[in-house]
Design a protein around this ligand. Structure first.
Ligand SMILES: [Mg+2]
Length: 271
């Protein structure tokens, strides 16, 4: 387990070599007509620029309008796919509400009139959360975020603490060998969640329902947890795009969230 964690702690998305043949910026023509497409979008680092702390993210002018118009043009087949909870997503985009796979697949909302259509996990055990929370005391700058279904330790402000954080998590996991939890490494974040669901299980389920069913999905994501979704896109004749890094198995990549936003805006007006 230790070596597994150490490997995950390396925090690297599997990347393609720079000269890989399909590692090119996303060609606009690749995307099918909106009336046969489902648009699936990670939030942090994909739609929104990463900030020093997760509370500081900010929805730039025009993005919500673009997402709302794309929702209309796809007859509702646009969903946010995030590690954040539905609640948190709604706070970020308020007053707008979008369909979503949230909490890394723990929650799904198929209709913007509903709270959640499916919830796949109870909140994390309180005692476990208390022990994990204590890890934040290892260093100033480690920020604890209780997402309900998971707990995240952000260390963007304390990058030197990465190794100590993963070691401490490893010790707690060794104490609880049967706990149904797993560790998700991300960009300067170590997240602990229930096992048994992922962004990919959430997307698979979402795609079984109207208005998504039968459409060709395109998924855009930037982080390690998005790789599970990149991997299932071929099963659905879908397209996968990474942001920042050229991830394995994607159809193309964007350099930055601003390029994703511009791409989405162009989908509405290809001229
Ligand atoms: Mg992300």
């Amino acid at each position: 387990m230790k070596s597994e964690l150490a490997e995950m702690a390396s925090n690297e998305m599997r990347t393609r070599p720079d000269d890989a043949p399909d590692a090119v910026p996303v060609p606009h023509a690749l995307v099918p007509h909106l009336n046969e497409t489902a648009i699936l979008l990670d939030i942090d680092g994909t739609l929104l620029d990463l900030m020093p702390t997760p509370r500081e993210v900010w929805v730039p002018p025009g993005l919500s309008e673009t997402l709302k118009h794309l929702t209309e043009r796809t007859s509702g087949a646009l969903a946010l796919v995030s590690g954040r909870s539905l609640n948190d997503i709604d706070l970020i985009f308020a007053p707008d509400v979008f369909r979503a796979v949230a909490g890394h697949g723990a929650e799904m909302r198929l209709s913007v009139d509903n709270e959640a259509d499916a919830v796949h996990a109870p909140p994390l055990d309180k005692e476990l959360k208390r022990r994990l929370a204590a890890i934040a005391k290892l260093s100033p700058g480690i920020l604890l975020e209780d997402k309900g279904y998971s707990l995240a330790l952000h260390y963007r402000l304390a990058p030197h603490a990465e190794k100590a954080i993963y070691e401490a998590v490893s010790v707690i996991r060794a104490d609880l060998p049967n706990a149904p939890i797993e560790v998700l490494p991300g960009k300067f974040v170590c997240e602990i969640k229930h096992s048994g669901f992922t962004k990919a299980t959430g997307v698979r389920e979402l795609m079984k329902h109207e208005p998504f069913r039968g459409r060709r999905p395109i998924f855009i994501g930037d982080d390690v947890t998005d790789e599970t979704v990149f991997a299932i896109m071929p099963d659905m004749n879908g397209l996968a795009f990474s942001v920042g890094r050229r991830a394995m198995g994607v159809n193309g990549h964007f350099d930055a969230p601003s390029d994703v936003r511009a791409f989405l805006a162009r989908l509405l007006d290809p001229r």
